[in-house]
Design a protein. Structure first.
Length: 478
């Protein structure tokens, strides 16, 4: 009788993140089986191990081996988008398509007090009141235009129309609307997130960075098995996650350099989608570093940097790096992709496209100076006056409020500038997935234009992008 084959795939139940990292790190550094490594960890101190190997010796990949689940409740949409900024991030946020935000209230940023807070709150209430009105009128308009098919159940029909009406009404939501986010990340990504948030320009984010660290130092708030031993989530991480000052300092330094060396950009209305394939790496990095601190289109910044001398480009690079310490990675601006899409799109579309992980994303300030978009259904539903007055009122109030608290009042329908850098595979994926008939009409149009721009720049590759034209619709699908 032949011997049974040894088991080659061994499953391991969830463990505390730091113990999981310790067990798998030891597993790679000893001849022991995983069972023996787990028994070792039971009787040895995981915090001491991480202190030595991760924080002192810099074996950063060890922290990829332990994962945490955290949920954020009652945070602003602005904070949610910043939380999701990590490239190696997995999570979900509250959907604006399937939930009614008219009674959600809003987050008043800590930066706004007294008369400024009163002004903000008045404009926010008007946006939510307009949101409820536009939503109701859009639903009634769709119901009149699209009778229920006999084979579709009434509840399914109503849910599908409600989702489409919310797609229109959401233009009146704004960064200050509260939301929830659930995330699963490695403790390495979580450390980067905490450090980044602690140095953020917004007080809400700085507070959240501290609260995440506190949560890591404490026992979990929710447990699956009440009989299991309780212990802190990631105590070693909590002790070492100080604010990452370099990115904020570098942005301030670059902002000063741009103010002193570049003219104010006062160009006309930008194209919704522009695509460029940079061939000069140095000019590409310089243009990317300057993009968030200016109002310049990426194409013009890149051509400007290409025309500079090597010494002038080096000046920008040195300014960007002068605050870097041994613990800081290179800034995101040094990362790149084969293609650079420069978008002038509404905030809601950016919020959805921002969730794509396999690209590098950069934004210009939330100034509201590019105006706002108006969905066609707003006019058709007879809600144009309500919509326009709320949007114009919010943008006017924004201009009267101090930064950065004013950013919380920026409606999702307002336009902004965003740079996405990616390879062809990611461009194809975003264009194919986001152009589908079930998607929001705003990012569907963006995804379609991504294909058109690629066909112009790279005809051989553009033909491979199987995007759905925005005029192909099925309003009863979601």
């Amino acid at each position: 009788m032949s011997e049974s084959k040894p088991k080659r795939v061994i499953s391991v139940s969830p463990m505390p993140p730091e113990k999981s990292a310790y067990a798998l790190a030891r597993y790679s550094r000893s001849p022991d089986s995983i069972r023996e490594s787990l028994e070792w960890v039971r009787t040895h101190n995981s915090e001491k191990f991480l202190e030595s190997f991760y924080f002192q010796y810099g074996h950063a990949s060890i922290a990829d081996l332990g994962h945490t689940m955290l949920c954020f409740e009652g945070i602003s949409e602005l904070a949610a988008t910043e939380i999701e900024e990590e490239p190696l991030w997995d999570g979900q946020a509250k959907s604006s398509r399937y939930q009614d935000f008219s009674r959600a209230g809003f987050v008043t940023p800590p930066e706004l007090t007294g008369e400024a807070a009163t002004c903000y709150q008045a404009a926010a209430k008007k946006l939510l009141e307009a949101y409820a009105q536009v939503n109701a009128r859009a639903f009634d308009c769709l119901a009149a235009r699209l009778p229920r098919p006999d084979e579709m159940k009434p509840e399914v029909y109503r849910r599908n129309l409600a989702a489409r009406a919310f797609d229109v009404a959401r233009y009146l939501l704004f960064w200050g609307v509260p939301t929830n986010v659930g995330q699963v990340t490695s403790i390495r990504t979580l450390e980067k997130q905490i450090r980044r948030l602690k140095a953020a320009q917004y007080a809400e984010l700085r507070d959240l960075g501290g609260e995440i660290a506190q949560a890591c130092a404490a026992e979990p708030d929710c447990v699956w098995d009440a009989a299991m031993a309780r212990e802190p989530l990631a105590p070693t991480l909590a002790r070492h996650a100080e604010a990452a000052e370099h990115p904020a300092l570098a942005q301030a330094d670059l902002h000063r350099w741009a103010d002193q060396n570049l003219e104010y950009y006062a160009g006309g209305k930008p194209a919704r989608v522009d695509l460029i394939r940079p061939s000069d790496t140095s000019a590409d990095i310089v243009a990317t570093l300057l993009y968030p601190v200016t109002a310049w289109p990426f194409r013009e910044l890149y051509e400007l940097a290409r025309g500079w001398s090597a010494a002038r480009r080096a000046e920008v690079l040195d300014v960007a790096l002068q605050s870097r310490t041994k613990r800081d990675d290179l800034l995101a601006g040094f990362h790149g992709g084969l293609y650079a899409y420069d978008f002038a799109i509404d905030i809601g579309a950016y919020r959805d496209l921002h969730r794509h992980r396999r690209c590098h994303k950069f934004r210009q300030s939330y100034c509201g100076s590019l105006g706002f978009d108006t969905p066609a259904l707003v006019e058709e539903a007879g809600a144009a006056t309500v919509y326009r007055e709320a949007m114009e009122g919010a943008l006017a109030a924004m201009r009267s409020l101090p930064a950065p608290g004013a950013d919380y009042l920026l409606p999702f329908g307002a336009r902004g500038r965003f740079l996405f850098k990616m390879d062809f595979a990611e461009a194809e994926y975003i264009s194919r997935v986001r152009s589908g008939v079930k998607g929001h009409f705003s990012y569907r149009e963006v995804a379609w234009e991504m294909k058109l721009k690629m066909e112009q720049l790279e005809p051989e590759l553009g033909r491979l992008m199987q995007a759905t034209p925005p005029w192909v619709e099925d309003m009863l699908k979601r």
